[in-house]
Ligand binder design. Structure first.
Ligand SMILES: [Ca+2]
Length: 314
């Protein structure tokens, strides 16, 4: 749920429309039905993560693999998937054949009243990981800097199993995110393009959120709400895997192979089937904003989101 009011006509959406609580919940929309479980099932570790060819990171936390996989189709189907795109962040700079930078403050703080200025300088790649550094430093008219990178026009896709291994910052005012936007955003703007938030976290909460946003007849809609779409993680500053299984029927979000949130996509209705189209990835770390608020820790100096890999299987 980052983003994006910047693309929205003010006459239609005020800034507050980016606040989930003010918006139309998908519970009133029949195009998306959902279930939300905190720990219903595990992905077997052999199935989705472990392509033997990828060994750059010791996936020590491969999740519990003992769970029977018969209850969901993820293990069986992902077992047959092939790695089609990935970044292991193994070089010494960001691979710009895969990623582009978004620079500046966007409009209205990227639609969220975010306080940071995004710069290339806040991205580092070293020791096999990507680092996005949010810093307390004055630049242009901002008091903080950070970075936001996207795969728009470089890698866009739909369907498959996606997984990133992340370490997240945790301090009052911080807002790291691993998410996606519809590739047609330039033509139809947000939220018509659709948004898939695979992982978001704010402040020092022990929660990681997964949410989808789209345009409904009533305006911006999203699922689930902030009160129910999270997964409890007491150590988000440590590495965890954040996965998403995307089929023509549903989006399922996983933390360490455990199902967190599921949203069923029904395409045989009168709603634009946006989640059956191409999306692109984004990583960013915002400082302040409508969702985390503006109580930024005065001791904030540098906070880093670290990414070991991002992999897509189809
Ligand atoms: Ca890596």
């Amino acid at each position: 749920m980052k983003n994006k009011c910047l693309f929205v006509l003010l006459v239609l959406f005020t800034l507050s429309s980016c606040n989930k609580s003010n918006n139309v919940s998908s519970s009133s929309s029949d195009d998306i039905t959902t279930s939300n479980t905190s720990s219903s099932s595990n992905l077997s570790s052999e199935s989705s993560v472990s392509s033997e060819s990828i060994i750059s990171s010791e996936s020590s936390e491969s999740g519990s693999s003992s769970e029977s996989s018969s209850s969901i189709d993820v293990p069986q189907t992902s077992h047959d998937r092939q790695l089609v795109w990935h970044d292991e962040f193994s070089g010494d700079s960001l691979d710009e054949t895969k990623w582009s930078y978004e620079i500046g403050t966007g409009d209205w703080g990227w639609g969220n009243n975010e306080q940071q200025y995004y710069r290339k300088e806040n991205v580092r790649v070293s020791d096999g990981t990507l680092k996005i550094d949010a810093k307390k430093e004055s630049y242009q008219n901002s008091n903080y800097t950070s970075a936001r990178i996207i795969t728009k026009d470089k890698f866009e896709f739909h369907y498959g199993y996606v997984e990133a291994r992340l370490k997240l910052p945790s301090i009052s005012g911080i807002w790291p995110a691993f998410w996606m936007l519809g590739a047609n955003i330039s033509e139809v703007s947000w939220p018509t393009c659709g948004e898939i938030d695979i992982m978001e976290a704010i402040n020092t909460e022990n929660k990681v959120y997964s949410t989808i946003h789209w345009q409904s007849n009533e305006g911006q809609a999203f699922y689930p709400g902030t009160n129910e779409s999270y997964f409890i993680l007491n150590d988000r500053q440590e590495y965890h895997t954040y996965g998403m299984l995307w089929t023509n029927e549903k989006l399922e979000f996983y933390v360490d192979k455990t199902l967190s949130v599921s949203a069923k996509i029904m395409t045989n209705n009168n709603t634009d089937p946006i989640f059956t189209r191409d999306f692109y990835f984004l990583f960013n770390v915002a400082v302040g904003g409508n969702w985390p608020g503006f109580n930024i820790d005065p001791n904030f100096t540098t906070q880093t989101m670290e990414v070991d890999y991002l992999r897509v299987y189809q």
